[in-house]
Design a protein around this ligand. Structure first.
Ligand SMILES: NC(=O)c1ccc[n+]([C@@H]2O[C@H](COP(=O)([O-])OP(=O)(O)OC[C@H]3O[C@@H](n4cnc5c(N)ncnc54)[C@H](OP(=O)(O)O)[C@@H]3O)[C@@H](O)[C@H]2O)c1
Length: 306
């Protein structure tokens, strides 16, 4: 499995339907582009319709005749997630690939519409709810996949369930809050895979991470000091979005990938390089934590599944 996998290895995706969250920029945009280039019908699930339509126009000018459209999705509002899922299911009767890609990494403390710490709310809970609400479409589609984009930052993430319930993580240093949400992404992907297997489903769940990739996320922390000091380092050592999208694309399209894997760059420290199965932290493999996270996620979103 560890050969030099690139976008040329993506198979023909004719007839397949893919949803990519946060597809208007960075890794999501590149992912949508490669899926559409290989003939999938791509739904760009984005919070800012104007920005997303502009990105779709860019995509169309680069690759004419693609099949893609924008549907509104704000992962920080449960109502928006429900509306997206309902509209998607009205329009499409299958879902082959769901890429849970959208994400935030901020320095300030913010909350979702439901009052949850925003990194946890958008990066994890929003995708938990979205996947649950789209599950019928996934289960009805042979060979479907759910890909959840995590991060190297999951290594310093920690989930304190009491703090999560009582103060929504207010006292958490924001980058730790980001790490917590990215740890939740892998725990979620693994628990989803376990539950799919128990249910005898052929749908698979795979986690991936893009190493360090130069995008808006690495350039705009929303804090002058970080933008001045940290961003230039990330820009220097990071890879471009075409390479950063490869782990998620391999997870989504390589027939050799099996459920429960974690796909990331194989270069030094996992920062860059060709994508293949890599190791995630011990914490991310705890089935006990994953089960607890699943239960609290159901409670916080009101979305119950599997
Ligand atoms: N870049 C890296 O080095 C790196 C490293 C590890 C992991 N990642 C992960 O890779 C994924 C993609 O990030 P990126 O680097 O490509 O960053 P990006 O260019 O900032 O893209 C993030 C995307 O998420 C969208 N988004 C943010 N909040 C949202 C919300 N409430 N509802 C719906 N969409 C929302 C953004 O929409 P707007 O354009 O409207 O803001 C944007 O489309 C994230 O999950 C991130 O954690 C990135």
């Amino acid at each position: 499995m560890n050969y030099r996998w690139t976008n040329v290895h993506i198979p023909d995706l004719s007839g397949k339907v893919a949803v990519v969250t946060g597809a208007n920029s960075g890794i999501g945009f590149e992912t949508a582009k490669e899926l559409a280039r290989n003939k999938a019908i791509v739904i760009m699930a984005c919070r800012n319709k104007e920005k997303a339509e502009a990105s779709l126009n860019n995509l169309r000018s680069e690759i004419p005749n693609i099949r893609a459209e924008v549907l509104s999705l704000d992962l920080s509002r449960l109502e928006s997630i429900r509306n997206f899922a309902a509209l998607f299911q009205e329009k499409y009767n299958r879902l082959d690939i769901l890429i849970n890609n959208a994400g935030i990494m901020k320095i300030s403390y913010e909350q979702t519409a439901e009052g949850v710490e925003k990194h946890f709310g958008v990066n994890h809970l929003g995708h938990f709810a979205l996947t649950g609400l789209l599950l019928n479409s996934l289960l009805a589609t042979p060979g479907s996949r759910v890909i959840t984009i995590s991060s190297l930052s999951h290594w310093f993430g920690n989930i304190n369930f009491r703090a999560l319930k009582h103060d929504a993580g207010k006292r958490l240093f924001p980058l730790m809050a980001y790490g917590r949400s990215k740890l939740a992404n892998i725990l979620f992907a693994n628990e989803l895979q376990r539950r799919l297997e128990i249910n005898g489903s052929k749908t698979i769940s795979v986690a991936a991470h893009p190493g360090i990739t130069v995008t808006n996320l690495t350039g705009h922390f929303g804090n002058q000091l970080y933008d001045l000091l940290v961003s230039p380092i990330l820009i220097r050592i990071g890879q471009n979005t075409a390479k950063g999208a490869l782990p998620g694309l391999r997870a989504a399209t390589d027939p050799d990938i099996t459920g429960g894997k974690y796909i990331g760059p194989t270069g030094i420290w996992g920062i860059k390089g060709y994508p293949a199965a890599v190791q995630s932290s011990g914490k991310s493999q705890s089935s006990k934590t994953a089960k607890l996270l699943w239960e609290i996620s159901e409670e916080l979103t009101g979305v119950h599944y599997l």
